[in-house]
Design a protein around this ligand. Sequence first.
Ligand SMILES: Nc1ncnc2c1ncn2[C@@H]1O[C@H](COP(=O)(O)OP(=O)(O)O)[C@@H](O)[C@H]1O
Ligand SMILES: [Mg+2]
Length: 399
Amino acid sequence: MNTVAYDILDEIIERKLKSRHRIFADKEKLHPDYIPDYLPHREEQIKRVASILVSALEGVRPSNILIYGLTGTGKTAVTLYVLKRLGKKAIDFDARFKYAYVNTRKTDTTYRVLADIARSLGLRIPYTGLAIAEVYRRYVEALENWGGVHIVVLDEIDYYVRKHGDDLLYKLTRINEELEHSKVSLIGITNDINFVENLDPRVRSSLGEEEIVFPPYNAEQLYDILMERAKQAFNPNTISNEVIRYCAALAAREHGDARRALDLLRVAGEIAEREMAEKVTVKHVKKAAMEIEYGRIQQVVSTLPLHAKLVLKAIIVLVRKHGHATTGETYNYYREFARSIGLEPLTQRRVSELINELDMLGLVNAVVVNRGRYGKTKMIRVGDLIDVIDDALERFMGE
Ligand SMILES: Nc1ncnc2c1ncn2[C@@H]1O[C@H](COP(=O)(O)OP(=O)(O)O)[C@@H](O)[C@H]1O
Ligand SMILES: [Mg+2]
């Protein structure tokens, strides 16, 4: 009796596990942090970065590099790819070469940034408790005791500078003046071209001794990139060229973001697996696009300030009624909503700004129309995802 029950259970579990592994051979290969051995269509950028950094293997300080380009253009992947390869070569050459990689969007205090940099030399820095100047002093001391070339990568550097200013950057660009036995080179990476243009000229000229721009990928290039990753991530015959082409085309519509293309492919595979399908189809990719968009909307709506949520709610009510909303109508509804929950309404001018912000976030679409002697107003519409946005609002209204 017992054995029979056990066998049945075994079978159920086994079937479940098998079905789970049918689509993916190695899903990790689609993970955004995975650095593949081959990065198609980035040969030129790899060459540039490598030819600048290679002098480090001979103990000569490489130029600092400022790297910029839109999200998902391979900046982080290329930089880490080159550094990892150089790190291996350094062992063969017996060269004193190390690097620190810090993403300042994730590691967002000066203390933690410096601590991570120092730790990459093997220093043990506590998670809190030291003065920043002390962490810096220990870093300089460790550099001097070591006597090598240290490459410091500050990724998504615009986040740090926007929050804390550019003092640290300035200090790091001058650090070599304090060093006798070691050398430090900086690599700053950003998705934000405005950041580069607004950087203090002194910092830009030293950080940007070399500047490398990463152009967006087109649909064909994304196809090659996805193909390369898909070969490793999926089991044979579970994915077709058509599906990959479709993911590439969708992502190319949004400025050619490789991360988005990979996400689509991964989520499509997950959906196919959930549905116990034999293969990933274009239908799965369409569902994946919806799921990703849905997630994005939840995320964006959840972080809106309360007044912006009320403005968005007013727009949705009006759009459901008349197909569109104007600034004036939106304001009236918004004011009522605000008062009904005991909030002092913002001014019309401020609400108009909030409408622009909602537009920039892609939640609404506002165009200015001229109504002759009635002056100008905004014609505000909400796309196909109005129900999704409204659901998210209901969920997050109280937060
Ligand atoms: N040429 C490429 N070949 C393979 N994968 C790539 C390529 N370019 C980018 N990727 C992948 O796309 C994702 C986004 O790239 P990433 O380097 O993080 O972009 P960025 O730093 O410019 O925002 C990562 O998972 C990365 O591995
Ligand atoms: Mg990046």
